[in-house]
Design a protein around this ligand. Structure first.
Ligand code: ATP
Length: 592
């Protein structure tokens, strides 16, 4: 396919505000795509040249991209940046300049593969003079492109394609194109959850059909999408749910471990090579040298994948530190230095792969046995202390004990459960101090827009935020609240800067809202909210059921919501609280 054609599809995807038409456009794009190029197209659609987990970045920021644009169209970098500050999008600047000033006679027929290769070469350019080389390479691409292509090309190095397409929508598009029906996405999900690589999925599906996709499975070096927890209010409910369901009557106990409040690290060992991934699949290997060392020293297997929670540790006082300290380790600079003052310890709570074999289809207790067998005792990797408990009273004691030690609570797991990659269900349940009764757990919401301020806040620009949660089934963001409390004056003033480059002039395609904010914001920023209660509301679309344009069931909304934190980048919008969770929280309100 020519890059020009792909850019036309990008254009259509950008313009639509309906998710169903996103799927139709994607499916049509895939129909016109060859099996050998579909992986590249999928990565480009997401502003990448590799899957999310691969630590490959094009490594060009606003200023260097502006320099390339300037050189391609005969302007200075400063002139380009000036226009950029007006338009807020270098794509639009490149479009305009390409229309007005592109040199005649230069061909504009690069293929997707050629552009992809060149972008990969830019990503791999290093050493002395690399900045200039990157600028030149991007300039050459721009010179051989029409205006629409230039617009979409320059957004790729900036990681901002502005298309707003989530992974499930790409899967829907693939299902519609290759399996004839978008609801067949379900058939693709297992492989996706176990490989986390949409490009690989697309390529495998086009080459070998569904049979080949079903054979895709866990591999060392490719992160597995994390299994997550549901919430329940108290130990009795946990036992009720986990031990009495159909088919598991004979199981009398549950497995419980303390809930550590650090960050999740999936550790992969492949011989002498160790890689690590965050809960949202980012490569974090270079950040934690002590965990690499610990893994090489303690894991007695050639290949292995461990699921762990890493916490900062204070060697002098021999204490585990709270999340605010641990999070200081998520940094790009001074790594070695901080690793010495705040070394991490990783509590290993699951083992997903060992010596060439996946363990995810083995029951929990077998996987825990594998930890004992393959992780040697030492300081860095510590098997999470877990117990099989037979009665709710025992669970209550463990919960009290964990809380008295300053931990968050406990995580309870079904002892016969398999590892469900990407799943959040009652196989894993978190119990926290305040789970019982009112709503004390926070909710992760996504900013969908803001409403201009009134009175004192007029000057700040924003006076309230429109926020939503994630509807996983429909891959949509649905509104749950307007928030006007919990932000300082400075934070209100910062909303404009925070959302710069994310504001759009129409409702984003994956947003479902009855409320029209003053400014729409692409669903990217996750914030943590506390509320007094979840109530039913005809104004919010979270959980709302609509048939033939008529509201059959009200949505859900937050009462007295207030902002707790902007969760700096540890969650993707799709990791926000889901509608299903919100409804579960609504149902468990007030139950003791
Ligand atoms: P929260 O915001 O309440 O911490 P979350 O939304 O980040 O939760 P949950 O699914 O609610 O994620 O809780 C699961 C998280 O708890 C895991 O992702 C992991 O990081 C952490 N965790 C801590 N200890 C354990 C454990 N023993 N077993 C599993 N997960 C654990």
């Amino acid at each position: 396919m020519h890059f020009k054609e792909l850019a036309e599809y990008f254009e259509k995807l950008e313009e639509t505000s309906s998710r169903l038409s996103l799927i139709d456009i994607l499916s049509d794009l895939f129909k016109h795509t060859k099996a050998d190029e579909v992986d590249k197209i999928i990565y480009l659609l997401q502003g990448r040249i590799a899957p999310f987990f691969a630590p490959i970045e094009i490594g060009m920021a606003d200023k260097t991209v502006a320099q390339s644009i300037g050189e391609a169209f005969g302007l200075s970098k400063e002139e380009v940046l000036k226009d950029y500050s007006k338009k807020g999008d270098l794509g639009l600047v490149a479009y305009k300049l390409s229309k007005e000033k592109r040199k005649k006679g230069k061909k504009a027929d690069l293929s997707v593969a050629e552009v992809f290769e060149k972008l990969s070469a830019i990503a791999h350019t290093g050493g002395e003079g690399s900045v200039e080389k990157k600028i030149t390479a991007l300039r050459e691409l721009l010179e051989h492109m029409d205006a629409i292509s230039a617009k979409h090309l320059v957004r790729i190095p900036l990681g901002n394609t502005r298309l707003g397409i989530g992974d499930p929508t790409v899967l829907d598009g693939l299902a519609l194109c290759c399996l004839g029906d978008r609801t067949k996405r379900k058939l693709l999900e297992k492989a996706y959850n176990e490989t986390s690589d949409l490009g690989l999925m697309g390529k495998t599906l086009m080459h070998g059909g569904l049979k080949a996709v079903e054979k895709l499975t866990v591999t060392v070096g490719r992160p597995i999408r994390s299994e997550l927890c549901e919430r329940l209010p108290n130990p009795e409910k946990v036992f009720e749910k986990m031990t009495s369901e159909k088919g598991t009557k004979e199981i009398k106990g549950v497995h419980a471990t303390p809930k550590y409040d650090g960050f999740r690290v999936q550790i992969h060992k492949d011989g002498q090579k160790v890689s690590m991934f965050s809960r949202n699949l980012e490569d974090m290997t270079h950040m934690f040298p002590e965990l690499i060392e610990g893994t090489l020293k303690q894991v007695k297997a050639k290949t292995a994948i461990l699921d762990t929670e890493a916490l900062a540790y204070q060697p002098e006082s021999e204490e585990f530190l709270p999340f605010q300290e641990t999070t200081k380790r998520r940094r790009k600079h001074n790594i070695e230095e901080v690793a010495k003052t705040l070394p991490l310890r990783a509590f290993v709570f699951d083992m997903l792969y060992v010596n060439g074999k996946s363990l995810i289809d083995k029951p929990l207790l077998e996987r825990i046995e594998a930890i004992k067998k393959y992780v040697a005792t030492d300081d860095t990797l510590i098997p999470a202390p877990g117990k099989v408990l037979r009665k709710p009273e025992e669970l209550q004691l463990l919960l009290d004990d964990s809380i008295s030690k300053g931990l968050e609570g406990v995580v309870v797991k079904r002892i016969d459960s398999l590892y469900e990659a990407g799943g959040r269900n009652f196989n894993w349940v978190k119990l926290k101090r305040h789970s019982a009764g009112e709503l004390h757990d926070t909710i992760d919401c996504v900013i969908l827009g803001y409403i201009f301020g009134k009175g004192k806040r007029t000057a700040f620009g924003a006076g309230a935020l429109l926020v939503g949660v994630y509807d996983k089934e429909r891959d949509e963001f649905v509104t749950v609240s307007k928030i006007g409390t919990g932000l300082t004056d400075e934070e209100w003033q910062s909303i404009k800067t925070l959302t710069k480059g994310l504001t759009v002039n129409h409702k984003p395609a994956r947003v479902n809202s009855k409320i029209e904010p003053s400014v729409w914001v692409k669903p990217e920023i996750v914030i943590e909210i506390l509320a007094d209660e979840i109530t039913r509301s005809p104004n919010h679309t979270a959980g709302m059921v609509v048939e033939d344009g008529k509201v059959i069931e009200s949505g859900y909304a937050l009462r007295f919501p207030r902002l707790i934190t902007f969760r700096d980048k540890d969650k993707r919008p799709e990791d926000a609280t889901t509608v299903k969770e919100l409804i579960e929280m609504y149902k468990s309100q007030g139950k003791k």
